[in-house]
Design a protein around this ligand. Structure first.
Ligand SMILES: O=P(O)(O)OC[C@H]1O[C@H](O)[C@H](O)[C@@H](O)[C@@H]1O
Length: 299
């Protein structure tokens, strides 16, 4: 679909328009007075979110990100679905599932009471069935306001239940990793992927001074990133999720990633809203499952 046609069908005067982004991907630009945001139709991925008055974007987006069919865009909110992490069946299928590396469809856009809503989605096709043999309707409902609300909606359109794991793999901008704490996970058990997946208990807040890749289990619905350098707190309020992943690759892995600048590990932390590890969701035939997050900034 062309940018002109997308604008004819879905632009909202003074709030939302489609532009051609890098790689020729259609990008939705929202600017509604409460915030600015950009959303890629490829990957169904929020790329930026900046409430009015905030000097720095809430999302981190790598300057070296790929914008190419079959590759994931590094930054913003990549979507992991219908599995988080490596192929759960060990068949060598792509890490983090089907959604982050293909074009989605624009379902609808709307001016709503508190801002601008965008719904993007993808249903099963012969191509997805060949990878994952299930019938589904999957969508993301995004509301851009002074907060960013993002909800993943899984509908099982088949005649038997299927299991999913999933994540909003959010990359948050921080001023300096050395002055950043993740608050709200003290006392929680986690699987330490940097230490062979060992289960450990978190004591107090999380400070990061080396590679961190942890899957926190049975988490509370409210997490906070306390960013001392930018002098702000990013709050993540989740629904339908009991797993949180905290990831920072640190210097060596960042240096080996072609789509990250060597120093980027200082500038982002992923705090992911998920159902993963022991939290596998069985979606019954004909039913719907929702998982989401509301992201806000406070001082
Ligand atoms: O490099 P990607 O496939 O985008 O994955 C990036 C990261 O995602 C999650 O946070 C996983 O827990 C990490 O193990 C992984 O390295």
């Amino acid at each position: 679909m062309t940018i002109a046609q997308l604008n004819t069908d879905h632009a909202i005067d003074g709030q939302l328009k489609f532009v051609e982004g890098k790689g020729g991907f259609p990008i939705i630009e929202v600017d509604n007075g409460k915030a600015k945001a950009t959303i890629s139709v490829y990957g169904g991925q929020v790329l930026s979110f900046q409430p009015t008055g905030e000097a720095a974007d809430v999302m981190f987006l790598s300057d070296k990100a790929y914008y190419a069919e079959g590759k994931a865009i590094k930054g913003g909110i990549p979507i992991c679905w219908p599995w988080f992490g490596p192929d759960p069946e060990g068949k060598g299928r792509a890490s983090h599932g089907l959604m982050r590396n293909r074009m989605w469809q624009v379902i609808s856009t709307a001016a709503v009471a508190d801002g601008t809503q965008v719904i993007l989605g993808l249903s099963d096709s012969a191509e997805t069935q060949a990878i994952w043999p299930q019938s589904f309707k999957f969508s993301i409902e995004i509301t851009v306001s002074d907060t960013l609300k993002v909800e993943l909606v899984t509908v099982n359109t088949g005649d038997q239940a299927f299991p999913i794991t999933q994540a909003l793999h959010t990359y948050f901008t921080i001023g300096d990793i050395a002055q950043t704490k993740v608050i709200g996970l003290g006392g929680t058990e986690y699987l330490d992927k940097v230490d062979g997946g060992k289960q450990k208990a978190q004591t107090g807040d999380i400070s990061i001074s080396s590679e961190v890749d942890r899957v926190y289990l049975n988490v509370a619905p409210q997490l906070t990133i306390d960013d001392g350098a930018l002098g702000r707190k990013i709050n993540i309020a989740s629904t339908g999720s009991k797993t949180a992943i905290v990831w920072n690759p640190w210097s060596e892995i960042a240096a080996n990633m072609a789509d990250l600048d060597d120093a980027d590990y200082k500038r982002f932390v992923c705090v992911e809203t998920a159902n993963a590890a022991n939290e596998v969701i069985d979606v019954a035939a004909g039913s719907e499952y929702r998982m989401g997050a509301v992201i806000s900034v406070t001082r």
